[in-house]
Design a protein around this ligand. Sequence first.
Ligand SMILES: [Ca+2]
Length: 127
Amino acid sequence: MPQITPNLTEDDGALTRACEDALIAIFERYDVDKDGALSNAELDAFAKDTNGDVFDEDARAEITEFLDLDFKGDLTLKGFLQMYNLQTSSEPEETWKDLQKHGYDTNLKLVASRSEDRDEKPKPKAK
Ligand SMILES: [Ca+2]
């Protein structure tokens, strides 16, 4: 029986909050210098971990042409989310694969957590 997984997009095609939160956390992990955008080197590191290889010239040209970049030509968080919005609307299974590569389970919970991520606060109980 296939596992039931939450949708990654809303009815209007926008990414769900849970999906967006996971992608933001991934983006921040690769934005090593914390300037709010992924440089070529940072994007290469992300692509290698995600796809096993850096983006080829075509993929890079598409990023430069269609996605939001900062003044240095680096991919911003907005551009990163645009990239995933595009991919998810056509191939949600690819986005699931990427999320799982980065440690998320099928409920978008981070399971392959690093030790410094483990100090999660207990959820308040509902009344
Ligand atoms: Ca950066």
